[in-house]
Design a protein around this ligand. Structure first.
Ligand SMILES: [Zn+2]
Length: 135
């Protein structure tokens, strides 16, 4: 995944708005605030932004099931969206904290089975596992 050109400019504009929202008109913490305190605060905000970016990305991706993949993984038949519970809340623990979104649900009448067409694959976590084994 390559960052779009000009993305640094977007980040810069976004953080300018965040500084005003967080610190008021001055746009900066009070004079004399220790760097460690500013660092800790900014990292917590960064984690919050990362979680929101993941949450929105997953929520939007979950809504965009390709037509060819909106079928039963068991028998390949077309499926129904349960009217009583079309979505189910989904929570995932990430390196930046828990991220939640609504996962669309499907039901196959033939197999009498409910499933999630956009079930996320976590991806390769071997690198992360290696780091935790090193301790
Ligand atoms: Zn089926």
């Amino acid at each position: 995944m390559e960052a779009a050109s000009g993305f640094q400019q977007v980040v810069s504009q976004m953080t300018r708005l965040m500084r005003q929202e967080l610190f008021g008109e001055a746009g900066a913490p009070a004079w004399g605030t220790p760097f460690r305190e500013i660092e800790e605060f900014c990292c917590a905000i960064g984690d919050m932004v990362a979680r929101e970016l993941m949450r929105q990305s997953m929520a939007v991706q979950a809504q965009r099931v390709p037509t060819g993949e909106d079928v039963c993984p068991e028998c390949g038949q077309s499926v129904d969206t349960p009217k009583d519970e079309p979505f189910e809340p989904h929570v995932l623990d990430t390196c930046r904290g828990p991220v939640d979104w609504n996962e669309p649900k499907r039901y196959c009448r033939r197999c009498r089975r409910a499933f999630f067409p956009s079930e996320p694959s976590i991806g390769d976590t071997s690198e992360r596992d290696d780091e935790s084994d090193a301790t």
